[in-house]
Write a protein that binds this ligand. Structure first.
Ligand code: PLP
Ligand code: ZN
Length: 437
């Protein structure tokens, strides 16, 4: 017997008839049983609670999307729009993406690897993290589905991006965060006029509450009922890496993980580009990075397990502090299938990673970036990323938002009166060249 179709109220207040334009999307499809659903605001399968994912018409995309077509378009993430889940023109976050891919020679030397690249989403637009990618997709799709109010459960960066992009799009906005986030993250949500709700609890409790609220109010929760669309936005980071490398897939990619979604979507971006013939199909390995104070995914990876054990987070890497990662299972599978590995680093190693990247490349990453650099360093030292190979590090957020984590650990200002004698008494310029030596 056929199951009941999903109820209409799950599809958003003003659902487009399915006969209308759906772009290159075909349906929402359960990752577990393959059952298909209409392209509304819904995220779990009714039969097995499997996550829903956007299915595309790849045959049609293949006839339209080529390197030449992409290269002619503006330098934003929307140059890959056929592979992003909006039906029409994007309306929110049209300037997002195409952040620099930096050849990191000095850092490569320090870490002992032949070739190293840094994908720098610390300077993404408008809120300085990779979350601007997922939010521009989720909000553009929310507008298409007729929503007027948007919301999210966040470890900080997502809240910032939803708040900013909602403000620019004239949408009402609610963001839910753990109450003890960094000042930088909190202020960066409040300033846009969003309703910021601090929950006395861990992210998992924030998330659980949001699932309840999403079931009751007709809001677009970007990472709850809009999650299938939201998650797809992460692919754009991987598309850009491939294009910026000269249309090829990197041998090794190191990605930090909160829910694990970004890691799985970078993998998917390599699969899609190679399947469409946009890049040659060469082998790749994806490595996952976490903080030791919240390492459910890398702990399972290191133990060779397919399932993680939930944890209570305790780390300065608050943007990654998810003890029950929604995509942890799939992230483990990607690491295993690609032959990648995973590891985690202590809070001290995270700070060390932040400093290494800053001192070698002039890039100030947030704690999550310190995790990526710290884990890359470990994997290179262990030979899991071989010294004669090439790797890309995904830097996902900006250090100016997590100053709390590094204050007191990056040296100190020397304070003097405005006097040459006092400057020279410091001894910092001893041995430096003089003008008339
Ligand atoms: C959200 C976030 C991530 C990873 O998120 P996933 O849930 O694993 O997709 C990584 N870095 C930063 C800075 C983030 O804010
Ligand atoms: Zn299912």
């Amino acid at each position: 017997m056929d199951p009941d179709p999903p109820r209409d109220e799950r599809l958003g207040p003003d659902i487009m008839p399915m006969s209308e334009n759906q772009g290159f999307m075909k349906a929402l499809k359960c990752r577990e049983c393959g059952h298909e659903y209409p392209l509304g605001a819904t995220h779990v399968c009714e039969f097995d609670f499997g996550p829903l994912e956007v299915a595309y018409d790849y045959d049609r995309i293949k006839t339209q999307l080529t390197r030449e077509v992409i290269a002619r378009r503006p330098q934003t993430m929307w140059r890959y729009r056929e592979l992003l889940p909006v039906a029409g023109e994007p309306t929110v976050g049209r300037e997002v993406g195409f952040t620099p891919l930096v050849k990191a020679d000095r850092l490569a030397k320090r870490l002992g690897i032949r070739e190293l690249w840094v994908k720098n989403d610390a300077v993404n637009y408008p809120t300085l993290s990779f979350k601007d990618r997922v939010v521009s997709v989720a909000l553009s799709r929310s507008v298409e589905l007729g929503f007027k109010t948007v919301a999210c459960a966040s470890t900080g960066n997502l809240a910032n991006s939803v708040a900013a992009n909602a403000a620019a799009a004239g949408l009402e906005c609610f963001v839910f965060i753990p109450h003890d986030l960094e000042q930088g993250k909190v202020v960066n949500s409040l300033v846009y006029g969003a309703n910021v709700i601090g929950i006395r609890g861990h992210y998992d409790e924030v998330n659980r509450l949001c699932a309840e609220i999403a079931g009751k109010y007709g809001w677009a929760f970007v990472n709850v009922n809009m999650r299938p669309y939201y998650a797809e936005g992460s692919k754009s980071m991987g598309f850009e890496i491939q294009e910026q490398l000269g249309w090829r897939i990197p041998e090794h990619t190191v990605v930090c993980m909160a829910s694990g979604s970004l890691l799985t979507k970078i993998h998917k971006s390599y699969q899609e580009f190679s399947k469409l013939g946009i890049v040659p199909k060469t082998p790749w390995k994806i490595h996952g990075a976490q903080a030791t104070g919240c390492n459910p995914i890398t702990q399972a990876q290191k133990a060779g397990l397919d399932f993680f054990k939930p944890q209570k987070p305790n780390t300065i890497a608050k943007s990654l502090a998810i003890g029950t990662p929604a995509d942890g299972f799939y992230a483990l599978r990607v690491m295993k299938e690609t032959g990648g590995s995973g590891d985690d680093v202590t809070d001290d190693d995270i700070r060390e990673g932040i400093r290494l990247l800053a001192e070698c490349e002039g890039i100030f990453a947030e704690t999550a970036g310190g995790v990526t650099v710290g884990v890359a360093r470990k994997l290179i030292a262990q030979g899991k990323i071989p010294a004669d190979s090439s790797a890309v590090l995904c830097i996902t957020g900006n250090g100016l938002k997590t100053l709390d984590a590094v204050v007191g650990h990056v040296g100190q200002t020397r304070e003097i009166r405005p006097s040459l004698r006092e400057f020279e008494a410091l001894g910092v310029a001893d041995g430096a060249e003089l003008v008339n030596a």
